[in-house]
Design a binder for this molecule. Structure first.
Ligand code: PLP
Length: 287
């Protein structure tokens, strides 16, 4: 089926949607993105994504391509036109193009940002069999740039990390910098020891996950103990359980790290409970 996508103010069949070869997103990875989940045909935590998008744009001195209200309207229209019950809406805004390649930013007065949105159908997103099995993780060095708090489209190393994991027979990789876990290739990382959830504090070293924020709030509301501090991969290997969070996989239990099984090698009770709470509450608040 041909999807309807959104490009710079127009809804078009995906086969007719184009962006300039001089676009700085294409030439320089000069762009930011958001991925919003759709469950029951509704957007999960749209507000959180919209706020982070605005922050990413501000940090890169990029103009907003449209207002929050317009963005919501476009998201909803694409969900409707593409008949998405369970899936994702991908949004990307780049600095656009002034018709040539240059390291210097083009003048924002004369060069408009490029905005692209498209949907991805993901039947079974909430009731994902992978979450029942749990993920196997390997650890790799974190060699990304220093502004990981900005959600840019520079995803080559995370993509290579996933390939390294796949090659090693695992599902994903956690990244290590100066001896401490930063985050997963496309998720935030947590372990649980003696009932306490441990995760790295927010800084420019990690993406400020929308799901992280919601899950930590829900954990506190459920009287779970949370500690935000640096942690090593060895601590995580000795944990009772571990998990990751992201907008597209929600709370994903981790059952193995670098070949070491956690607990009894199946998803832990805290990860399972947080996944249930997150899905339940997010669905209730979805718009
Ligand atoms: N960390 C990284 C590097 C990511 O790419 C992502 C999501 O893409 C996350 C964390 C999780 O963020 P969120 O919960 O907002 O999806």
């Amino acid at each position: 089926m041909t999807r309807t996508v959104y490009v710079n103010g127009e809804y078009l069949p995906e086969t007719e949607a184009t962006v300039s070869i001089f676009d700085r997103g294409f030439l320089m990875a000069d762009g930011v993105y958001e991925v919003t989940s759709v469950l029951d045909g509704k957007l999960i935590d749209f507000e959180g994504h919209a706020v982070r998008l605005e922050r990413s744009l501000n940090e890169l001195d990029m103009p907003a391509a449209c207002s929050k209200e317009e963005l919501l309207e476009i998201h909803r229209e694409l969900v409707k036109r593409n008949d998405i019950t369970e899936g994702l809406v991908y949004l990307q805004i780049t600095r656009g193009s002034d018709g040539d390649r240059d390291f210097v930013f083009p003048d924002p007065e004369t060069t408009k940002p490029t905005i692209v949105l498209f949907t991805q159908k993901k039947p079974g997103l909430a009731d994902n069999p992978a979450a029942k099995k749990g993920a196997k993780i390997i650890s790799i060095e974190d060699i990304r740039w220093g502004r990981r708090d900005i959600k840019t489209v520079q995803l080559l190393y995370p993509s290579m990390g996933k390939m390294m994991a796949k090659k090693a027979g695992a599902d994903d990789a956690w990244l290590i910098e100066d001896g401490y876990v930063t985050e997963g290739t496309s998720n935030n990382a947590y372990f649980v020891k003696n009932g306490k959830i441990v995760t790295r504090p927010l800084s420019s070293d990690i993406l400020h996950g929308i799901t992280r924020k919601a899950v930590l709030r829900m954990a506190a509301e459920a009287q779970m103990e949370v500690e935000e501090r640096l942690f090593t991969i060895d601590e995580a290997k000795e944990a009772d359980e571990a998990f990751t969070t992201s907008a597209s996989a929600f709370v994903m239990p981790v059952v193995e790290i670098d070949g070491v099984s956690l607990g009894d090698g199946t998803p832990g009770p805290i990860a399972k409970r947080l996944r249930e709470i997150y899905l339940d509450e997010s669905l209730k608040a979805a718009i």
